[in-house]
Structures are given as structure tokens and as C-alpha cells.
Design a protein around this ligand. Structure first.
Ligand SMILES: *[C@@H]1O[C@H](CO)[C@@H](O)[C@H](O)[C@H]1NC(C)=O
Ligand SMILES: *[C@@H]1O[C@H](CO)[C@@H](O)[C@H](O)[C@H]1NC(C)=O
Length: 527
């Protein structure tokens, strides 16, 4: 687990290191922390946000640029990404594909936020991983209050929600029977025995307890952490994505877990990727008419090739990273490069980790149809410190515990295999993990690889029972023979401050975004 308050470290899993280090902060002498009061909205609301003191190199109109990794995306299509703090939520946000939550649960979502701060969230649950067979829909009404920029997950905004009503529509008798095994015999306006499919029943209101919601594993804790990203495409279009807090992978924790990472984003119904047939279906759905997603042709699972992150990824416990995997299906060998950053735009590299080993393909998953089980073995790990504090930290480890003691230098890779890993990084070699993989085609009919979600508590899926039931952000297939991914980001200064251009008359309503410099936490965590 990754506890900010604990002095040291940690756990490693091949995709997953979590390094806590209070020492690091002490090395970051260059940063002066201060609190900036940013006036937002009508000017009546004060946003207290952590901030490094801005240097003269700060450029208010600077934006974060994400250079696509793979040639196929090199369509002169450099995407500029901005994110407001606080986020602007007004409008409807929809799923872009069948979503898988730990459990597994299969669902689509359509959330509408009104300027009055009221929201209406529709969640459609399915029996199958293709979202073709609707089981029940939840209609959730409530109110959301944005609180402050998150001190834990930089770039995110913390919020509080208040539920006023939750209604349920059951879509089939079979679904009713399955619910009967989970729900108490009666819930507010619903007596399961008498439920008629297609009719809306009240499951929760402000006068009722949450027992029935908890029995469904339902909560809206995801509203606790919010981020809206706007991608400005060169050709003038824009895409807006709403990131809501992650769902705990442990079912017993999910109704009280305060998210520190994100789920896969919803997209704005007005500004989404094109084409997105699923977006339209979800947008038009009601609780009575759940979207039935079209069957997607089964993508043949071949891991061979190089797969990379499409975006900067945020993980629970505040890790910003990109992943880059190469699989050799003849040799059953793999290599993964994890690039770790200190900021939510993945512009400040802190260190990279290269892991490799072998894998074995197992059976098709019984829990998530279309997915396949794998076992991964990590036999070799190398680490390159990209910045001084990380190099110093690793350099100070005891001989034999983490590569060559005293041999760490910025930019120089160290093999951790001779020391069977690295205690301070929580890496132990060799290491085995039970995995769940799935391939899909994205909206451009390009292959995507979904790799199992990491356990939220930072542990490792080192036993078959701990095998994931949901996925991380999809990786995309590179079309072979390319160089390593790189990022281009403005002038490369340390703290990026992005300010959305306000049309003159709306200056007061303008929002300032701070994407903080290199240290929010006194610790770094790594996947
Ligand atoms: C600030 O950024 C904008 C857009 O990226 C650029 O046009 C401008 O020259 C920059 N100004 C400075 C002082 O760097
Ligand atoms: C690592 O330790 C060695 C030996 O103590 C020292 O010479 C070197 O400068 C250190 N490197 C860093 C980056 O601190």
C-alpha cells in the first residue's frame, strides 16, 4: 500500500512500484511552496490551491502538448490538452464503450450536470462484457459541490455530493432474479417480488438508509475527484473528457473509498471523438430504454508488437505515468517501460523503469468474456533516475539492496537483477503475476490492448484469486519499427500554468488552471 504518512516504502509488482520517500522532499530545495488563492467563477469562490512560486519563465498561455507516440498517429495531429481547475461540468457526459468495473460489472453511463449544481446520472448495468444484455438501470439524482483543487491528486478537483434520489428499472425477469440474491426483499418503493420489468421504482431517497444501495455495491464516491480535459485538435475540433474518481478493486472497500485515481473518462456529448456510435446510443438512452451496444467483432488476441499509452495515465495514490510494452509472441517474452512523471501532464520525467521476462497465455476468462488469462514472470528490472533527488535516494541505499550502491547517477540505467530487485523500491525478483488481457478495436479500428487493473491497495496480483477483473486504460498498437515515445511540451519549464483564454467580457468567470510543478507530495509513487 502506498501510505503518504509512512516513512518508507512499499511494494512492487511488475507494473507497479510504489515508492514513498519523505527524503525526496528534502532534496527538493529548489521549490518554494506557497498557497495561491485563485479566484474563480463569479469571483465569490476562493480556491485554495497548492502552488509553487512561479518563475519568470511561466507562460500563462502555455499549454501542454502531447506528442503522439506512434507513427500512425503522426498525422500532424499534435493535440493540445488543457484542464480547468475548477472544472466546468455543465452538459451531458457519456461512455464511449462498454465499461468494465472491478467485480466485474459491465455498464454504460450518461451523466448530466446542470448549472444549478444538480446532477442526474444514468447508469445502465449489463450481464455481459459487450453491454448487449441490459440487466437494470439506475437513475441517480443529487447535488454536487466542488470543494478545492486536490492536494493529493494534482490536476484534480475534490468535490462533495449529496444524493437525493436513486431509482431502479429492472429490464428482465432474469435480472430480477439475480437482484433478488443481492437486495433485501424490500427497499423504499421497491418490493422485489412485485417488480415489473421496465417500471421505475425508488431504491433510495433522503429519508431512507443506504442499505439497499450498499447491497448493490453502489455509491457515487467517484464524484469525489473530478478532472475535465479539453483536447484541442489542430484541425479545430475539440474533445472534452470527464475523469471521475476510480472505483476500489476490493468490493468491500468500494462504497467508502475516497478516490485518488480516475476511471476511464466519459466524453462530452457535444465534444466527443468521431465517430462514436456508442456515444450516440448512450446519449439517447433513458432508464426505460437502456442502450444496447452493437456486437463488436471479436478481436483476435495477438500480443505481438509494441503497445503504448495513449495519454498520461493517473493511478490511485498519485502516480503519473506512461506505459510502453513490447511482446514477442514466438519467444513468449515481454518488455515493459514505465515512465514516471511528477505532473498530471506527464511532462516532468522523474524516472523510468524497464522490466522484462516471460509470459504464458492461459484460458479465456470465465468472468470477462472476450478476455484471456495470462501469467507474467518478471525476471529483470532496470531503473534510470532522470532527476537528482531520485538518483540520490537510490544512491544512498545499502550495498546489495538496490543495484550498485554509490553507482547511481542521473540518466544512467542500473540493472537491479544482481541484487534481486531493490528493497527501497519494493522490487523483488523474480516475480510472478496473474493477469487479465483483452484486445479491442478503437473508433479508428485500431487495435487496443487492455491490461488488468492494479489492485487499488497497491498489492500485487501474485495469486490466481487476485487476478484482476477490470482493466487499465487501453494501450494502442504501434505499427512496428518505431522509436521510443517522446513528449514535446512547450518550453519545458518546471511549473506549467495553463490559463484558458477568456473572451474579454467573461474575464471574471474565467478559470485559472494550475498544473503544479514537480512536487506536491512529499513522496512519489510509481507504477
Ligand atoms: C507563450 O506561449 C505562447 C503559445 O504557446 C507563445 O506564442 C508565446 O510566444 C509564449 N511567450 C513567451 C514569453 O514565451
Ligand atoms: C553516489 O554516491 C557516490 C559514492 O558515495 C558519489 O561519488 C556520487 O556522487 C553519488 N551520486 C549522486 C548522484 O549522488
Amino acid at each position: 500500500m502506498c501510505f503518504p504518512e509512512s516513512k518508507k516504502v512499499v511494494l512492487f509488482t511488475f507494473a507497479d512500484i510504489c515508492l514513498l520517500s519523505l527524503q525526496l522532499e528534502n532534496h527538493r530545495t529548489g521549490l518554494l511552496w506557497s498557497v495561491a488563492l485563485v479566484v474563480a467563477g463569479t469571483g465569490s469562490k476562493l480556491w485554495e490551491v497548492p502552488s509553487v512560486s512561479f518563475t519568470s519563465s511561466s507562460n500563462l498561455s502555455e499549454s501542454l502538448q502531447w506528442e503522439p507516440h506512434c507513427q500512425y498517429r503522426h498525422l500532424q495531429d499534435t493535440v493540445r490538452i488543457t484542464a480547468d481547475i475548477p472544472p466546468r461540468l455543465d452538459g451531458t457526459w457519456v461512455s464511449t464503450r462498454c465499461e468494465v468495473r472491478p467485480g466485474p460489472e459491465f455498464l454504460t453511463r450518461s451523466y448530466t450536470f446542470h448549472p444549478t449544481r444538480h446532477f442526474q446520472a444514468l447508469q445502465h448495468y449489463y450481464t455481459d462484457s459487450g453491454c448487449e444484455d441490459p440487466a437494470y438501470s439506475l437513475m441517480i439524482r443529487g447535488k454536487l459541490r466542488l470543494r478545492q483543487a486536490s492536494w493529493i491528486t494534482r490536476g484534480g478537483t475534490e468535490a462533495e455530493h449529496h444524493l437525493s434520489k436513486v431509482g431502479i428499472v429492472v429490464h428482465s425477469l432474469a435480472a430480477k432474479q439475480r437482484l433478488a440474491s443481492r437486495l433485501p426483499p424490500s427497499c423504499v418503493g421497491l418490493t422485489l417480488g412485485r417488480v415489473v420489468p421496465g417500471k421505475l421504482y425508488e431504491l433510495y431517497n433522503t429519508r431512507a438508509g443506504r442499505g439497499c444501495l450498499a447491497a448493490l455495491g453502489f455509491s457515487m464516491m467517484e464524484m469525489g475527484l473530478i478532472r475535465v480535459e479539453t483536447q484541442h485538435h489542430n484541425h479545430g475540433g475539440k474533445v472534452q473528457e470527464l475523469f471521475l474518481g476510480d472505483i476500489h478493486t476490493d468490493w468491500t472497500q468500494r462504497t467508502n473509498y475516497r478516490p485518488t485515481g480516475y476511471q476511464q473518462p466519459l466524453q462530452n456529448a457535444m465534444h466527443h471523438i468521431h465517430p462514436c456510435p456508442v456515444c450516440a446510443l448512450v446519449y439517447r438512452s433513458t432508464e426505460q430504454r437502456p442502450p444496447v451496444l452493437p456486437r463488436s467483432p471479436a478481436a483476435h488476441l495477438s500480443l505481438a508488437g509494441r503497445w503504448v499509452s495513449q495519454h498520461c495515465e493517473t493511478r490511485p495514490n498519485v502516480l503519473f505515468l506512461t506505459r510502453d510494452f513490447t511482446f514477442d509472441s514466438d519467444q513468449h517474452a515481454w518488455e515493459g517501460i514505465y515512465r514516471h512523471y511528477s505532473d498530471p501532464a506527464c511532462s516532468q520525467l522523474t524516472f523510468t523503469l524497464r522490466a522484462s521476462g516471460h509470459y504464458a497465455q492461459g484460458n479465456p476468462s470465465a468472468k470477462v468474456s472476450g478476455a484471456t488469462e495470462f501469467v507474467f514472470k518478471v525476471t529483470q528490472v532496470s531503473v534510470t533516475a532522470i532527476e537528482e533527488p531520485t538518483a540520490k535516494l537510490l544512491n544512498g541505499t545499502r550495498p546489495g539492496k538496490c543495484g550498485q550502491a554509490g553507482g547511481w547517477e542521473v540518466g544512467v540505467e542500473q540493472d537491479l537483477t544482481p541484487t534481486d530487485g531493490c528493497t527501497v523500491l519494493g522490487i523483488k525478483l523474480p516475480h510472478k503475476e496473474y493477469e487479465l488481457f483483452k484486445t479491442e478495436l478503437n473508433h479508428r479500428k485500431h487495435p487496443m490492448l487492455l491490461i488488468g487493473e492494479r489492485p487499488t491497495d497497491g498489492s500485487s496480483p501474485d495469486r490466481p484469486q487476485r487476478r484482476p477483473t477490470s482493466f487499465q486504460a487501453p494501450l494502442v498498437l504501434c505499427s512496428g519499427g518505431e522509436t521510443y515515445p517522446s513528449y514535446r511540451h512547450g518550453s519545458g519549464f518546471n511549473s506549467k500554468q495553463v490559463q484558458l483564454a477568456a473572451s474579454g467580457t467573461e474575464r471574471l468567470a474565467q478559470v485559472m488552471l494550475l498544473v503544479f510543478g514537480s512536487a506536491l507530495c512529499s513522496w512519489i509513487c510509481v507504477y
